[in-house]
Structure formats: C-alpha cells, structure tokens
Design a protein around this ligand. Structure first.
Ligand code: AMP
Length: 146
C-alpha cells in the first residue's frame, strides 16, 4: 500500500514505475533496489513507499516496515555476494550528505579492496558526563512527550 508520493522526487518516480530500477525486494510499504552510484558491489537502497525527507517524520507503519525489510535485504546481500562486513546508513538532511529528499537506508558492503563507506568518526573531546546527562534528560523528556 503506497502512501503519499510526490511528483518530482526520483524515488517516488521509481516507486510509481516511471523510472526503472534494479529491484531486489518489494512489499506493501517498501521497495529496495541497487544504488545507481554504488560505493561497493552490492550497494542497495531500501525505500519506504511514502514521500518524506526525514526518518523521524515518516508515518509509523512505514518506519516499522523498514526494519524487517532492511534486515532481509542485508541477508540477501550477504548470502548472494559472500559479504561479511557492511554498513547500514540513513542520511537525514543536506548537512548529513542527503542528496535525495526521500527517506532511504543504504546497505553498503565493505569490499576486501577497501571499497564501501568511509567514515570520519571523530568523537567530541569536550563533552563530559555532566553534559551527556544534561542532554540525555532533555531527550528523555522529549521522547516521553511523543
Ligand atoms: P543520499 O546521498 O543518502 O541521499 O543517497 C542518495 C543515493 O541515491 C545515492 O547513493 C545515489 O547514487 C542514489 N540514486 C540516485 N538516483 C538513483 C536512481 N535513479 N537509482 C538508484 N539509485 C539512485
């Protein structure tokens, strides 16, 4: 059951069948296909059939459908290509590298040749336990109000 789709985004056009894709999996609420600009062989995208840029704004049935679909497609990539290591990543917003404004999760195998996702994971140096406790409380309160 497709939710609301937009007229302009490339993933809505793929979901509608207006643009072709290399499909690997589909169910009522999710479509998965090969990324056209793969970071490594087997790089796939898992996309909800509802247009929304940000994951936290996705209607719950679509958010809930993503978990099992991502797991299933990741298992397929592992089984089919003999992949052992892979990243699963979902970029939200331009500053996080999002180029297509429709929620999508990347499954990116790590190639033995080093291909795949390159992370520049830099932990903050000036955040202590007190600071973590402070923002954790705010998040807990906000989560509780949802
Ligand atoms: P992001 O940078 O997280 O928004 O990722 C968008 C991804 O969509 C990129 O990895 C693109 O290669 C991929 N992409 C864009 N257009 C297509 C398309 N027509 N079919 C498959 N993948 C696409």
């Amino acid at each position: 059951m497709a939710g609301e789709l937009c007229d302009s985004c490339v993933f809505c056009k793929i979901i509608r069948g207006q643009i072709p894709c290399h499909k690997v999996y589909e169910d009522e609420r999710v479509l998965a296909f090969a990324d056209i600009g793969p970071l490594s062989e087997g790089h796939c995208l898992v996309v909800p059939k509802h247009h929304e840029q940000f994951f936290h704004r996705l209607p719950e049935p679509y958010a809930a459908a993503l978990g099992p679909a991502i797991s299933r497609v990741a298992a397929g990539v592992v089984d089919a290509l003999g992949v052992t290591d892979y990243n699963i990543i979902n970029n939200n917003g331009e500053r996080c590298g999002q180029t297509v404004a429709h929620v999508h999760w990347h499954i990116v195998p790590k190639g033995e040749d080093g291909s795949g996702l390159c992370l520049d994971w830099r932990a903050l140096k000036d955040v202590d336990g007190e600071k973590i406790s402070e923002y954790t409380q705010k998040i807990r309160d906000a989560v509780g109000k949802r």
